[in-house]
Design a protein around this ligand. Structure first.
Ligand SMILES: [Zn+2]
Length: 84
């Protein structure tokens, strides 16, 4: 069954919300949308896993820890999708 009342989260939105997600700061609604997106999106799943690992290693999460390389790779993916 497809729920149409909740808009699909986009990859960009997910990237923007990822720190809140990892810190448990998302509302239940956003969290559900976040996790639903992850089920359908390998790129974001990988990104979240890398972020989790970063948080685990660093112990804290700050903007500086946003694995720039992973983010750049993800943005490459966005560009590819758009050009298709
Ligand atoms: Zn995605």
């Amino acid at each position: 069954m497809r729920i149409t009342t909740t808009p699909q989260m986009t990859c960009r939105e997910l990237v923007r919300l990822i720190t809140d997600y990892l810190e448990g700061g998302l509302s239940r609604r956003d969290r559900r949308r976040f996790e639903r997106h992850l089920r359908d999106c390998d790129g974001c799943t990988t990104y979240v896993e890398q972020m989790r690992e970063t948080v685990r290693l660093a112990g804290v999460l700050s903007e500086d820890d946003l694995a720039p390389q992973a983010r750049d790779e993800l943005l490459e993916v966005f560009r590819d999708w758009k050009s298709r």
